[in-house]
Structures are given as C-alpha cells and as structure tokens.
Write a new protein. Structure first.
Lengths: 535, 367
C-alpha cells in the first residue's frame, strides 16, 4: 500500500517561485547568523495532508495503529471548528523535512521557514539529540513494514493489541541510556553462584493421585525440574544493578515470541528517538522563536507584511493569564542570557554586587564587539554554547535568575481552600524556581527501575519507583502493571509510596493488589509457619 | 497523497469506537438529536478519546501551580491550563465521531440481537438484470472469452498430437471460439411499507411523544436497513385520524379525545388502496398511551385488527407508553385477544430507559 517516503516528497511538490526565493534568502540569512542546520526540504501540503502528517508525528509512513486515526479525527474536527491550526511541523532527520500549509499567507510561510531552521539547528547541535537516528524516515518505514509483516502472519488485531500493551510502557525507558555506557547483563550470561535456597520446587500437572504417576512420569518431572532450575539460574541476580530501561530489560529477558520481541523493540526504538524532544521543549521552541523574531523583524519582513507578522507572532508567544507558554519562556530566557553575557552580568563581581543602582547600570560593553574572529558578540557565543549542552531542566536551573523572574512576573499559585479557586500564592524567587523545576520534572515520567527479575525465586518482576515527593497516578498504574504482567507473563510488583507510606503494588495479570512491604514479609512468614503446621 | 494510510487507521479507530458505542447505545437511544435523520445521514456521537495508560504522576493539589503576569498574592490567578498542572487524568476528552443512521441501525441490531427479517414471499419481483452466466459456442466477437478459446485450441492441439512443448504454437480456429453468455435474471426485490400510527390526544404529553418518536426513529432505521424498497406512511389520530408527512409526524402537537379505531380504519383503507398484499411486506405500528374513549371502540379496534389488518400484515405492533393520565386499558384489551397471536407484538414502555427493551419486544420476532 504505502510507497517509500521519497515518493511523498516528490518532484511535484516544488515550492512556488515566490516561496522558493524566500527559502533561499532565509537559508542564507540563517547561515549568516551562525545557524548550522541540516539541509531542509520544505513540502507544501493541504490542511488534510498536514493533519495526517501531524497524526503520524511528521513521518509519512508509520505502522498501522488506531491511535493515528484518532489523532487525525481529532485534528480534523478541531481544524473544522477553527480551534487550531498547525503552523509548522518539522522532523529531526538529515535532510530534515518541514511541512508548509498551502493556504497560509506568504508572510506566514516565511515565519515558519525561519522558525524551522532554528529547530533544525537545534536538532543538529544540541547534544541530547546527538544519538538520535537521523535516518529515522527510513527507519520508521522499516518499522511499518516489519509490523505489517507480523500482522499479515498473526492477525492485525492480535498485533495491534500487543502494540497497545507496549505503548503503555513506552515511557519506561532510560532517557540517558544513549549517552552513558551502562553495563547491562545480556540474556545469556554465566553466573558465578547458582541458587542454593533449598530444592527448587518442581512444577507438576494437577491430577488425581492414582493418575499421578502416569500424568507426571519421572522423566517429565526431571525435565520440568531442569527447566525451572535453568530459568532460575538465568534470572538469578538479573539485573545486576537497578535498571531504568525497563523496556530494554523486557526486550532482553521477557518470555516473548519472536514477533512480540520485535514489536517491543520497535516501540522502544521510537520512544528513544522521541525522548529528547520532550526533554528540550522549552529550549527548542525558545531557540527557534529567538531566531525567527530576529530574522523576520531585522531583515525579511516587507513593510506590507508587518501587521500580519505581528498578529501571528503575538499568537505564538501569547501569555494566557496564569499559564506558562514554552515559546515565550524559552525565547525570553535566551534573550536574557544574551543580554547578560553582552553586558558582563555574570561571575563573582556581579554576584557580589548588592547596589541596585549599580546593577541596573552594569554593562561591561561586550555586546558591541566580538571577542574573537567569529564576529559574534560574547552574548551570541554564550547562547550558541547553551543551545549545545543544556536540556530544559538544566537550562532553567542554571539560568533562571531573580531578575529574570521579576521582569517576567512569575508567581506561584495555589488553590484557595475556602473558595476552591486558584489564587496567586507568592512571587518569591526561590519558591517560583523550585515550583517551576518540580513542574518540569512532574511532566516527565516517574523514575522506575527494575530491581529484580527473579523476585522471590519465582521469576516474578520487581520494580522500584524512586519516589521524589509526588505520588504516581494509581488508576493508571493498575493498568500499566497489568500490561507489564502481560509482557512478563509472570506477576509483577512495584514498590512505591502513597501518602508517605511505602506500598507494594502487585499485579498477577488478573488484578492489582496493594500491600505494605513490611506486612507482606510478615504474611509470608506466617504462611510459611502455617504450611509447616499442616505438613 | 493517498499513499498515507490514515484512512485505514481511522477505520481501525472507528471500529474500536463502534464497539464502545454499541455497549453504551442505551444512552444515545433517547437522544433527540437523532430524530428526523435518515439512512446515510450522519449523526455525531461524542465518544471518549481512548487513552493509553502510562505510568504518570498523580494530580497533587497541594503542589500548587505556576503562573505569569500581574497581580498581588491572594488575587485570582486563572485556572492552571493543561500540561501545566502535574499529571493528566485518564483521557476525558470527548471526540465527535460520525456514524450514518444505517451504521447505528446495524449496531442496534447487534446489541439487541435482533433476528434478521425474512421478507415474506417473493413479492414485486420486477427488477430484471442481465448476468453473465455461462459460455456459449456462438456470440459476438466482443464477448469472446480469450482464455477459454485458447484452452480449447490447446486441448484440440494436444489431442490431435500436434503439440510440441519446445515450440508451442497454438492457433485457435473457428470451432475453438467460446463466448460469454448472458441471461436475463429476475431479481427478487422485497418491498416493505410501514404505517406508523401515533396517538396525539391530550393525554399524550411531551415526554410520551418523545418516547414514541425515538422508537419510530429506530424502528424506521432498522426496517429500512432490511428492505430495498421501503416506504413509510405516517398517521396521527385523536378522536379522528389523518395522514401526515414525516415532518409533521415528528413535530405535531395535537390534543383532544381518543378514538383508536379511526386510525385503524384509515390504516386499513390505505393498505387496501395502495399496497396489494401480494407485493408488499406490511407493518402497521401503533403507539398510544392506551386511553381509548369507549369500550365499544375497543371492540371495534379488535375487530379491525383481526379481520382487516392481521391477514395482510407481516406483523401488527402495538406499543403503549405509560402516561400519568388515563387508564392504559387498551394494552390489556389487545393482550386478551391477541396475546398468543404470532403476528402481533405488544409492548409497554414505562420511561425512556425502556425504549431499548420495547424495540426488542417489537422487532424481536423477526417477521
């Protein structure tokens, strides 16, 4: 059915002459300003096409799955009702592809081009993106072909349902995995120690006593015992140390059929590919906005385009009362950094200075000239350096200053216990900053580690949630654990905290049970005692 | 860009949603939005977006939010927006998915496990179509069947011993030629007429009428789904009966006394005049609160149904809607006389939640 992506960006999709001229001009301008990006192909699309592409997260060929259809329907509806309009979409590949909505004004297209080149520069240079696969267009098509093949063989519904299960786990990856070489034990590893905790219980088929020696002959029992021992030996002490890449661990160790393992690996690949975009949302949007504003207002805009530009630009950086806009936040912080380094507002002297008056007039004049041959001012050099090494959390943690907070008017909010309405709580810098960072963190994924692949010697999976002040959403946790149990095909356990108390959530594939770990141990002892009593 | 597979993916999503809509059909059944729509017209049904459960942080009111702008501490800050507040709840976004009335009829059939209707007899079998049914030795060259002709030539060659596998040369001659052959076929076409009679007397309140209209909508959708030739006639009555168009039927507000027999008489007249029983599947439906004026009229009704309507109808159906006024005796009258009759379906609807079950009672016989 689907053709390779090259066909999609075929020759018939050349830009009209006016936009082609704009593209060349903007590309040159951007390079002149020091942006360093992959070749970027702009593709004109109708709104229907752009909605499809957006539903597919920018990639024209994806594996079959209902959620693309749902996303598409949602976007069609909200577009029809005029609720939203996608201005720009660009994918992190080399060459990079960006999609232009064909009925946008020319000035909009120019804005999008300038903005997109900022993104592509970020993709290419930000270190968090460095391990991503720049041939992802091909890889996605490859994934689609593999999954279609599995569907042809095993049935679309079966495979789709397994994809649902995997997707439910796809945030349980290690976002740093690609940057650090960790030692993960492979599936086949030899062990120095073998389990010695008494005799391994031999599984036998339940039957009536008089049939037992026929149903469970000694040879069969022996083979069962060996298998159980081998399983135990294989999983003993795995993982060696807590493993954050739960999906990777499952791919290596879960008892899956070939196609299931392949599907799991595909879902993990794609999750890993998209992970940096979540880690750098504020920076990435801020950086692209930082550059499109400069290029548009200083060079590109014609007189007749100014009003439309202002209208649309103000839409993207619009500040809803009481809310944060990542575009606005990011671009203001980049501007703030550039200003600080141009005026020399950093270092010990600056920190030690307590005079308001002096601080306001502080300018060491680094903004006028370039300290070296690059032609960039100190501020410009600093922002380029920042875009290379930071992610959102470190970006805010490092550069959010009290001055910036005051200038931007940040505050914390709380729910008024009396009226139930949200009110401004405080404008104190320390509070704002910690609140901001904790929000950023909480948008992310709870840190969950695999700690034991052979829990209680029964091949059960034990996970640990490193609690950092926020509880997990229990309603969803139940479903996620159920899905984990499906993949692991044995019961799974998650250590976490609820309202400050340690809790062990267990799922045996049918239902979730909740216990406190201490009580669990006591129960086990009591049970063991009871068992001995009856024996 | 038809090469994108989004249609397929949308269809997958719709299939999943259909299953959910089916399970929640009762909720939509009494929706007034549906009334007046037909066949391939679209109905938007709001469904919950399907969320994929993921491990996330829960909502923590104590944590507070963050905002930007003017204002003193203590002043209202505006609600935290989406993505702002930690942890999203499981998907509670509504998405409007469009279904045709036909699709809904199919769903309701599945959900209520309604039997497919067996059209009675082969009536009005007037549709004729040419169909290619075989091969003939004669025919126009434009209908020559190349492969069969070649096969014939090959067979002849082999049996004559002239076939050389190293140099296979097959030349069809006149006798080898085979032609496609068509026959005129009569296609049985099942025609159906439904006569909806509604009591619009004073004792039928707005709530009762709404229930009737919902029922008519679904019955209409279901029967229409089964018959190619479908006609519906609409009758309303109080103390006198008259025929109205569909629109009036769905919107009218009348009042007055009740003489049910007037409607049955009119129904009988229409059938006799317009629908020869040998060609039509006939379905009279009557909806009322069962508050007929006189016992004498009840007897008259029974007589018309027995002698006039039952012999010509696939099924005579009566649904009685509970109303705060009136005796509701008519239901008992019909039950006494026709309780065991296979061609009569009688149902009572207490409130709008009963619509589903009532439809099941009326259509469950598959006649």
């Amino acid at each position: 059915m689907s053709l390779p992506p090259e066909r999609f960006v075929g020759e018939s999709r050349n830009l009209p002459p006016e936009l082609e001229a704009a593209r060349q001009e903007i590309t040159q301008l951007a390079r002149g300003r020091g942006l360093d990006f992959f070749d970027t192909v702009f593709v004109m699309c109708t709104w229907e096409e752009i909605n499809m592409l957006a539903a597919y997260e920018g990639f024209p060929v994806r594996y079959p799955h209902w959620r693309w259809g749902m996303e598409y329907l949602r976007m069609q509806k909200s577009y029809e009702y005029g609720l939203h309009k996608i201005y720009e979409m660009v994918i992190n590949t080399n060459p990079s592809y960006a999609y232009l909505l064909d009925n946008n004004l020319v000035v909009d297209q120019k804005l999008v081009m300038a903005h997109v080149l900022g993104h592509v520069d970020f993709f290419k240079n930000n270190v968090w993106f460095s391990p991503t696969n720049r041939k992802m267009l091909d890889e996605m098509a490859n994934h689609a072909a593999r999954i279609r093949r599995h569907m042809d063989r095993h049935g679309e519904t079966v495979v789709e349902q397994f994809i649902d299960v995997c997707l439910s786990l796809d945030n349980l990856i290690d976002p740093y995995a690609a940057h650090i070489k960790r030692h993960r034990a492979g599936a086949q590893r030899t062990l120095l120690e073998t389990p010695s905790e008494g005799e391994v219980e031999t599984p036998r088929i339940q039957t009536r006593d008089y049939m037992d020696r026929h149903i469970n002959p000694p040879a069969f029992l022996e083979s069962q015992r060996l298998r159980r021992e081998a399983d135990n030996a294989r999983m003993q002490g795995v993982p060696e140390r807590p493993e954050r890449d739960v999906l990777g661990f499952l791919t290596d160790h879960a008892q899956l059929s070939h196609w299931q393992r392949d599907v799991l690996a595909i879902i993990r690949d794609e999750a890993v590919y998209f992970a940096p975009q979540g880690q750098t949302k504020i920076m990435n949007e801020g950086w692209a906005t930082f550059w499109h504003t400069q290029m548009m207002t200083q060079e590109i805009l014609g007189d007749h385009e100014v009003v439309d530009y202002c209208d649309h630009h103000s839409g993207t950086v619009l500040q809803q009362p009481g809310q944060l806009n990542p575009y606005k936040m990011g671009v203001e912080l980049f501007r703030h950094i550039e200003m600080r380094w141009n005026k020399g507002r950093f270092g010990q002297d600056w920190l030690d200075c307590t005079s308001e008056e002096e601080r306001r007039r502080w300018d060491q004049g680094a903004g006028a000239t370039s300290p070296d041959k690059t032609g960039k001012t100190a501020g410009a050099q600093k922002v380029f350096a920042v875009r290379e090494t930071h992610n959102d959390v470190t970006f805010l943690d490092t550069f959010l200053t009290a001055d910036f907070c005051r200038a931007q008017g940040f505050f914390t909010t709380k729910k008024d216990p009396r009226t139930g309405r949200w009110i401004i709580d405080s404008r104190e810098f320390a509070l704002v900053k910690s609140q901001l960072l904790s929000h950023l963190a909480s948008r992310g994924t709870p840190r969950v580690y695999v700690v034991d692949g052979n829990h209680a010697g029964r091949m059960e999976l034990r996970l640990q949630h490193r609690h950092d002040g926020l509880d997990i959403q229990l309603q969803w946790a139940e479903q996620v654990l159920g899905n984990l149990a499906k993949v692991w095909s044995r019961p799974v356990h998650l250590e976490t905290q609820v309202d400050g108390a340690a809790v062990l959530l267990s799922h045996d594939g049918a239902a979730m049970t909740r216990s406190s770990p201490g009580a669990d141990a006591e129960n086990a002892v009591a049970e063991a005692g009871a068992a001995r009593g009856t024996a | 860009m038809a090469m994108l597979n989004i249609d397929h993916d949308s269809q997958r999503f719709r299939d999943i949603v259909k299953g959910r809509v089916r399970r929640e059909l009762r909720r939509f059944m009494s929706s007034k939005e549906l009334i007046g729509k037909q066949g391939d017209q679209l109905v938007s049904i709001p469904v919950q977006e399907i969320g994929i459960p993921k491990l996330r942080y829960g909502k923590n009111e104590k944590q507070g939010g963050i905002g930007q702008g003017d204002g003193e501490p203590g002043e209202a800050s505006g609600e935290p927006g989406e993505g702002q507040q930690a942890g999203d709840q499981p998907a509670d976004h509504l998405l409007e998915v469009e279904f045709t009335v036909d699709e809904l009829a199919e769903l309701i059939g599945e959900e209520l496990e309604l039997p497919r209707i067996e059209p009675r007899g082969q009536r009005e079998s007037n549709a004729k179509r040419a169909r290619y049914k075989g091969i003939s030795l004669k025919g126009p060259e434009s209908l020559r069947h190349g492969r069969r002709t070649f096969r014939q030539a090959l067979m002849r060659n082999i049996s004559a011993g002239g076939y050389n596998p190293k140099n296979p040369r097959i030349i069809p001659i006149r006798e080898d030629r085979r032609y496609r052959h068509f026959e005129m076929e009569e296609e049985p076409r099942s025609a159906c007429v439904v006569l909806y009679m509604m009591d619009v007397s004073g004792s039928m309140g707005q709530a009762q009428k709404d229930i009737v209209r919902s029922q008519v909508f679904w019955i209409d959708a279901w029967l229409r789904h089964h018959y190619e030739g479908f006609e519906a006639r609409f009758l309303i009555h109080d103390a006198a009966a008259r025929e109205v168009d569909r629109d009036t039927f769905f919107r009218t507000r009348e009042s007055g006394g009740t003489l049910i027999s007037t409607a049955y008489e009119l129904c009988q007249t229409i059938i006799e005049r317009d629908y020869p029983v040998s060609e039509w599947n006939i379905y009279p439906f009557h909806f009322s609160d069962g508050d007929n004026a006189t016992t004498k009229d009840n007897e008259r009704c029974v007589q018309i149904v027995r002698d006039g309507l039952l012999p010509v109808s696939n099924q005579f159906s009566y649904a009685q809607v509970d109303s705060p006024y009136g005796s509701g005796r008519f239901l008992k009258v019909l039950q006494e006389h026709f309780g065991d009759e296979a061609g009569v379906a009688i149902s009572r609807v207490t409130d709008k939640d009963g619509i589903m079950d009532s439809i099941k009672e009326l259509l469950g016989k598959g006649r």
